[in-house]
Design a protein around this ligand. Structure first.
Ligand code: AHR
Length: 370
């Protein structure tokens, strides 16, 4: 539009017609030409993960080219999530996947999305590291006519039309389940609620998983009168979880509940607790430190939950690959997928005292780990 306005000012009417036609032919040629090289690039270049990116065309027909911006590889959950998507969006299922790891940096994810737009992919899938700051790049995808599907975490977009739909977990509900388990368990052993001294090892600050789970905890602290001593990020990693736990133990010798916003942090926290000569476990009266956690797919964390070193794990389900593939197919068939699809999740514990939990008037069974 700016180009044509310039012509308006400086050219006569006749010259304007010729110039406009020439510009139109040029733009049309450029647009149709740009599609081919982008797809050809994809067939010859290796993407950041070393995959061969294909043209999207096969003997069986056109594959859907999906650009996926994964936020990083910080946890076992994240590896399982990437694996679920990689194993479903495969040529045999009609997909060509361009996978980009954002390494926990929003700037990298924005760059990846811009590259996907340039390559004219059919669909963009995004697992955003944090919720804010996506409006501009999502508007660019929308202008390019490329649907964006959010998987796992959410964005706080000013306009919900900037993305097609979202698939993921109800993180606040997960937090409510874990804290309700703590309430019911401590009530069952008659441990005074005001004697629960809680520290929160949070996930990546500003991520949906952190926001929802921290909210669930704060609500429970208010409701039951628990002492929330400190909240500090462990960045969803084992190393940071260990580091943070070691300093929390020095600062708060009387802490007796650790709310870890994922299992990797819990594994690190357990290392720090044991290194400090204390014990993780369910025996609060005997001086053990009770640990709550999230995810439930790391074998070591599940083993610890069986043994009581982790009291309860609220599941976070990483299996989004099949769901993502289904939603992409729906969009391509012109159907409107559900705007928000929640995955179903369990509650795991090795302690059989609490068999069900009621959260927001819904009863959830607790899966006993044996
Ligand atoms: O967004 C999901 C969370 O992110 C998982 O709980 C955690 O392990 C991951 O890193």
């Amino acid at each position: 539009m700016k180009l044509l306005n310039l012509f308006d000012k400086h050219l006569s009417k006749g010259a304007m017609v010729i110039a406009t036609a020439a510009v139109s032919i040029f733009l049309l040629t450029a647009c149709s030409a740009s599609k081919e090289p982008a797809l050809q690039d994809a067939s010859t270049e290796e993407d950041a993960e070393g995959q061969q990116a294909g043209s999207g065309d096969t003997a069986a027909g056109k594959q859907l080219v999906v650009g996926f911006s994964q936020l990083g590889a910080e946890s076992d959950w994240r590896s399982a999530h990437s694996q679920s998507i990689r194993s479903e969006l495969i040529p045999e299922n009609g997909f060509q996947l361009l996978f980009e790891d954002g390494q926990q940096k929003q700037a990298n994810q924005i760059m990846a999305i811009r590259t996907f737009i340039q390559r004219e992919v059919d669909v963009i899938a995004l697992a955003p590291v944090t919720e804010s700051g996506w409006d501009s790049v999502l508007s660019e995808a929308k202008e390019a006519g490329i649907p964006v599907i959010l998987v796992d975490r959410r964005v706080d977009a000013s306009d919900e039309d900037l993305f097609e739909c979202w698939i993921g977990s109800d993180f606040e509900l997960e937090g409510k389940k874990a804290t309700e388990w703590l309430h019911q368990y401590t009530a069952s052993i008659e441990y005074p609620q005001d004697q629960l001294h809680v520290v929160n090892i949070q996930g990546t600050i500003g991520s949906s998983a952190q926001i929802g789970r921290s909210k669930g905890l704060r609500q429970a602290c208010d409701k039951y009168g628990w002492d929330l001593m400190q909240e500090v990020s462990g960045e969803f990693t084992q190393t940071k979880g260990r580091e943070v736990m070691a300093s929390l133990l020095r600062l708060y010798p009387n802490l007796n509940v650790v709310y870890c916003e994922n299992d990797n942090e819990a594994l690190g926290a357990i290392e720090a607790i044991e290194a400090a000569g204390k014990e993780p476990g369910l025996d609060l009266a005997g001086g053990q430190i009770l640990i709550l956690s999230f995810d439930g797919m790391n074998p070591e964390a599940l083993q610890y939950a069986k043994e009581g070193k982790i009291a309860c794990i609220a599941e976070c389900n990483p299996q989004h690959g099949k769901r993502l593939a289904d939603v992409i197919r729906q969009i391509k068939e012109g159907k409107q997928p559900e705007k928000y699809s929640y995955v179903e999740e369990e509650i795991f514990s090795g302690c059989d005292t609490i068999k069900t939990l009621t959260v927001d008037d819904t009863e959830y069974p607790v899966t006993l780990l044996k």
